[in-house]
Design a protein around this ligand. Sequence first.
Ligand SMILES: *[C@@H]1O[C@H](CO)[C@@H](O)[C@H](O)[C@H]1NC(C)=O
Ligand SMILES: *[C@@H]1O[C@H](CO)[C@@H](O)[C@H](O)[C@H]1NC(C)=O
Ligand SMILES: *[C@@H]1O[C@H](CO)[C@@H](O)[C@H](O)[C@H]1NC(C)=O
Ligand SMILES: *[C@@H]1O[C@H](CO)[C@@H](O)[C@H](O)[C@H]1NC(C)=O
Length: 341
Amino acid sequence: MSGKNSSVFFLLSTYTLHLLLTTSFAANSDNEILYDIYPFIRVYRNGTIQRFIGQGFLPASTDPRTGVQSKDVSIAKDLNVSARIYLPKNAHPGHKIPLLIYYHGGGFFTESAFSPTYHNHMNSLVAKANIVAVSVNYRLAPEHPLPIAYQDSWLALKWVFHHSSGKGGQPWLTKYADFRRVYLGGDSAGGNIAHNMAIRVGLLVSDPDIKVKGMFLNCPGFWGKRRVGNESADSNRVKLSEAIWLHAYPNITGLDDPLVNPGMDPGLKTLGCRRVLVYVGGNDGLRFRGWYYMQVLKRSGWDGIVKVVEVKGEGHVFNLNNPTTPKAIAMLKALASFINQ
Ligand SMILES: *[C@@H]1O[C@H](CO)[C@@H](O)[C@H](O)[C@H]1NC(C)=O
Ligand SMILES: *[C@@H]1O[C@H](CO)[C@@H](O)[C@H](O)[C@H]1NC(C)=O
Ligand SMILES: *[C@@H]1O[C@H](CO)[C@@H](O)[C@H](O)[C@H]1NC(C)=O
Ligand SMILES: *[C@@H]1O[C@H](CO)[C@@H](O)[C@H](O)[C@H]1NC(C)=O
């Protein structure tokens, strides 16, 4: 996802799904492709998994561009769940600032909190919004199929919240983060995760010291059995979404599982925050899901405000693929002011 030519939008728009059947010439060969979900992964019968994007790594640092500091923390060593925490320049104890918990995208198959795409995005957002951020590194499918990513993400959220009372070992959280101004965020598959974490917050978090004020979802990765909007006109998108869910979550109850389709979630009404901002790209096959999310959230009786911004002429997670364009800069500014309202 770094660089124009490997951008997810470019790749998705040329996406073809290759499902080679066992009756093909490669039958029983070790080199046989079991399935291919371009641009995310290709899985061979011999167990090899190729990932096409999101494999880059940048170390935690003090970012020369923004002055934002970052450091990596282990959340559960045995499970390899970790996070990268960010602190803006000129943060000082005694002046607490909002806290963002962020979930990266990558179709549940690729990317990490440490890839250039997300490290750069967090540096920019933390600087612009003047917030503390925790970018969660959850385990990926297919080695760790869903619901593992949800379990890891929840573990990370609880670990962060454990710092609200001043306990917990991370001074960047205990000293600087205002736990009454917590925000959740995520893009694509990470937008799906953020939503599902907000559902759990609504059900399970009753600590008066913690308030999740809002959530932003960038091109969230929802789906469902029934087509919404103009989805049926885009057969590649339909095949891609179905392949992602089938292979990321082999035990799924179906495409109307509430984890996939929030419209089927009886708990939507108690979503654990009062403000939601959804971004969709006007050329993204997932854009109808963003609009549908707003509809079902309103219809559920949820007591909050949801807004969708559709950015014309742009594709899936355009702001991450091309962060220096005027539209991406405008979006960064809008996210920063959303977190500071
Ligand atoms: C599996 O097959 C692929 C494709 O031929 C090959 O690149 C890879 O090295 C093989 N892996 C193993 C462990 O043999
Ligand atoms: C743990 O996670 C890191 C970061 O995603 C990864 O590079 C590493 O290979 C993982 N280790 C194991 C044992 O899975
Ligand atoms: C729906 O898709 C068709 C076929 O691609 C296209 O001609 C039409 O303009 C689309 N309509 C909307 C509202 O996007
Ligand atoms: C699917 O569910 C079965 C029964 O609960 C369980 O034994 C199995 O490990 C699950 N598979 C995966 C990939 O999670």
